[in-house]
Design a protein. Structure first.
Length: 221
């Protein structure tokens, strides 16, 4: 992006760092709730694993170079999650953020179009790694509506924060909408109809992460 193309609402490296810090706060607060969701249809450790991964990246943020870009930060997050998060979440989220880093490597600030590219790449990375689709009762059921909503907001001329807000709102609805589904992927798929009525923990953590991204756009002076 050229300097002239940047707007006051574009998001930079500082926002990306705030996003990760805010995510770490939220995941720590929601660790028990995510564990409970996962205990209903999985191993019961999703909250623990996500909290561990995001806590592990926090001290690394202090060592970022002055010229670090959003892509640099996302790649750092990805590699940390892959190496520290257990279960399926580590490879899935690690791949998501690694693909997001690749999609934003050419820009120093993120406008609405760049955020759509970031979210789309993250979603597609999860699909590639997990082989899940919409309706399978996985985190894709939060990511896919988030991408669709982000694309619509960007096409309507929305700012970067507006694009993120649309994505977060859609992800929250998508996570809730996993409750009546029968799981077709992962450990929950072994439960058959017994999984009905339970929210997918990965979809819920996705919704939390995207809401944290919105929170990070609000800078207190």
């Amino acid at each position: 992006m050229s300097p002239d193309a940047r707007t006051n609402s574009d998001l930079d490296t500082a926002w990306t760092v705030r996003w990760i810090r805010r995510s770490a706060e939220v995941l720590a607060a929601e660790r028990a709730a995510l564990n409970t969701l996962d205990r209903d249809i999985g191993d019961g450790d999703h909250g623990e694993n996500m909290d561990r991964g995001f806590q592990a990246v926090l001290p690394k943020l202090d060592g970022l170079a002055d010229d670090a870009t959003p892509s640099t930060v996302l790649k750092l997050l990805a590699t940390t999650l892959i190496s520290t998060v257990g279960g399926a979440a580590g490879p899935l989220y690690g791949t998501a953020f690694l693909k997001a880093a690749g999609a934003t490597a050419a820009v120093g600030t993120l406008d609405g179009m760049a955020l759509v590219a970031l979210l789309t790449a993250a979603r597609d990375g999860i699909v590639l790694r997990g082989k899940a689709g919409a309706g399978d009762k996985t985190m894709i059921d939060a990511w896919s509506p988030a991408v669709d909503a982000a694309q619509a907001a960007q096409s309507a001329g929305g700012s970067a924060p507006a694009v993120l807000t649309a994505a977060a709102d859609a992800a929250a609805r998508g996570a809730q909408d996993t409750e009546p589904l029968v799981a077709r992927k992962g450990r929950a798929s072994y439960l058959g109809e017994r999984a009905i009525g339970h929210r997918d923990p990965g979809a819920q953590s996705t919704a939390l992460l995207l809401r944290a991204a919105v929170d990070a756009t609000r800078v207190t002076e």
